[in-house]
Design a protein around this ligand. Structure first.
Ligand SMILES: [Zn+2]
Length: 413
């Protein structure tokens, strides 16, 4: 939630309309926060327009929000007197199947780009850079590429590699076969051996779904939000990954990795204007605005509770493998991000994070009304181990989960 902007200082108002003087005054300031406070709503620089300037004294930072005029890309800069500067670009990636296209794309864009067509420029930077963090993540409905560094030149270099990777990747067919999936002989030197599926993401997801808790939480989200992208496995279900083609991967990139579908974040004490100039010149100025239509519509509510059972192999390392049944009662919550109750849910989240109070109210004691109604009648006596409750904010629609792992195999029969 954005705070109200601070009134413009008197001295700044006097400088209104004189941009050269304003810029000189800005860089005469000593701290990143002070410089950021001198941006004005409506001010234009390097293809962007400032839309909001907000001091956040509790966190010792000033937030500057900007829109890119040509593409609609949005940028949030958090100016703070911290030398560990951060950049991140995020795209809303909303797959409608479980082929793992956003996950395979996340891997493949890092395999070479137009300006850096060498093998894996991202990984080559790991031992050439002074970065304090480099990575990429695929979530249920977004993909992000963050890095951080304390060196201004290193920041420029990494920004160049990241921008080119995200917006101008080579996406070669061989990279797709390597990172996604392929058929290969068990012994690649012997064509008489059996054909097997291989691929970096294919193998990664086989490993992920060997974890019963991962299987459980994935099915829970898919079943509770079945109408749109949250019904899919964004990382890729091993049985579905071989349905993906190289052409589909390229189409997904063209639609989702576009500035009109992107959010940029920068943080630290390096100059914002230099970040904006580089992002505009090296990437955004080469695109026209589109309507990506990647938003996720609200989940339709249903009238009656629904049940879903999922089977998986027991955890061989856990004691008492026949007693690993897990039950969950989950509820889709009101729209916390855009709905009228946003403020209330925000307070609940803060309360939960601060004291665990929300969880305690619900199931913290045996006589708690929520626990006695939500869990099966006999569960209280048997579910002393691994009982939990939590709010999931992994996607745009939040849900409340209570779960319990049975210590008795017949409890849920
Ligand atoms: Zn991966």
């Amino acid at each position: 939630m954005w705070r109200c902007s601070r009134p413009v200082p008197v001295a700044l108002r006097r400088l209104s309309g004189r941009s050269a003087e304003l810029r000189a005054w800005r860089w005469g300031s000593t701290t990143a926060c002070e410089r950021a406070l001198q941006y004005r709503v409506g001010e234009k620089m390097h293809g962007y327009t400032v839309s909001q300037v907000t001091p956040v004294p509790e966190l010792f930072l000033t937030a500057v929000k900007l829109d890119h005029d040509g593409t609609g890309a949005r940028h949030l800069h958090l100016a703070r007197e911290d030398s560990n500067n951060l950049f991140s670009v995020q795209f809303r990636t909303t797959p409608m199947d479980s082929t793992g296209v956003p996950h395979i794309l996340e891997h493949t864009v890092l395999c070479g780009s137009q300006k850096y067509p060498c093998r894996d420029p991202f990984f080559k930077m790991l031992n050439r850079s002074l970065s304090t963090f480099m990575n990429a993540f695929t979530a249920s409905d977004y993909t992000m590429y963050p890095f951080s560094t304390q060196n201004p030149k290193d920041f420029q270099n990494l920004l160049s590699v990241y921008l080119d990777a995200a917006f101008f990747p080579c996406l070669r067919e061989l990279d797709f076969w390597q990172e996604g999936w392929r058929l290969e002989h068990e012994d690649p030197t012997d064509p008489k051996t059996a054909l097997v599926f291989k691929g970096v993401v294919f193998n990664e997801m086989k490993g992920a779904f060997a974890d019963s808790e991962r299987v459980f939480s994935q099915h829970l989200q898919n079943q509770l939000l079945p109408d749109h992208t949250y019904a899919a496995v964004s990382g890729g279900a091993p049985l579905c990954i071989p349905d993906l083609t190289w052409e589909q991967l390229r189409e997904f990139h063209a639609k989702h990795y576009h500035p009109s579908n992107a959010r940029f974040l920068t943080y630290g004490n390096f100059p914002l204007e230099e970040h904006l100039r580089q992002i505009h010149e090296e990437a955004l100025s080469k695109f026209q605005r589109i309507e990506p239509n990647t938003a996720v519509p609200p989940q339709q509510r249903w009238e009656m509770p629904r049940e879903h059972h999922v089977h998986c192999a027991p955890d061989a390392l856990a004691a008492g493998s026949p007693r690993q049944t897990t039950v969950s009662v989950s509820f889709l919550l009101p729209d916390s991000l855009t709905g009228p109750r946003a403020a209330n849910w925000s307070q609940i989240y803060l309360g939960q994070k601060r004291e665990g109070s929300f969880s305690n109210i619900l199931i913290g004691c045996h006589s708690g009304s929520f626990a006695s109604h939500a869990l099966p009648s006999r569960a209280g006596a048997w579910c002393e181990r691994d009982r939990g409750v939590g709010l999931s904010a992994r996607c745009a629609m939040d849900f409340l989960i209570t779960d319990a792992r049975s210590t008795h195999p017949r409890i849920f029969i």
